[in-house]
Design a protein. Structure first.
Length: 167
């Protein structure tokens, strides 16, 4: 009877340990000459917080296709997102938040057609030639935005790369 109870307790402990591994928050502290730094990973939210003498900075990354709102610029109609080519990273420090987003999209429409569409949306490109056109549109999110839209012809398709650093 005692042996059966001991096995039952050990089994319950093993189930508890397996159930809790990988859940919740993980912390790692590193000592540096400038002070201790603690990195906390929250598996539930996908965020990571770095804590040091100067305060906390939280990072959250999302590798989903960014939206036009994330990018701060229009996405060419019908263009397909290139999986794994971008995403969104949000950083928060002392109540200040910044978001960086980027993505690459492709279309089989002609380079000239895509460039004309972007001219209608963003105006004259900053730089343009037969295979590349680049715009640097003004930010529309408030604060400071640094955005770029690049349209490139090649390999039987047109690639549109959009990046936004919103602070």
């Amino acid at each position: 009877m005692k042996k059966g109870l001991t096995l039952l307790v050990l089994l319950a402990l093993m189930v508890f340990l397996f159930a809790t591994v990988g859940c919740g928050e993980k912390k790692t502290t590193t000592s540096t000459p400038e002070g201790d730094v603690t990195v906390s990973e929250d598996d539930d939210s996908g965020s990571e917080t770095v804590t040091g003498d100067d305060g906390d900075t939280t990072y959250k990354a999302d590798d989903k296709a960014p939206s036009e709102d994330d990018l701060g610029s229009p996405i060419y109609p019908g263009a397909k997102y290139v999986e794994g080519s971008g995403g969104t990273v949000t950083t928060a420090t002392d109540g200040e938040t910044s978001t960086m987003s980027s993505g690459e999209f492709t279309t089989t429409d002609s380079y000239a057609k895509v460039v004309e569409w972007y001219i209608g949306k963003l105006g004259t490109p900053y730089v343009a030639d037969n295979v590349d056109a680049i715009w640097m549109p003004d930010g529309s999110h408030g604060g400071y935005d640094a955005s770029t839209v690049q349209v490139t012809a090649g390999d039987g398709k047109v690639t549109i790369t959009i990046a936004n650093l919103g602070l």
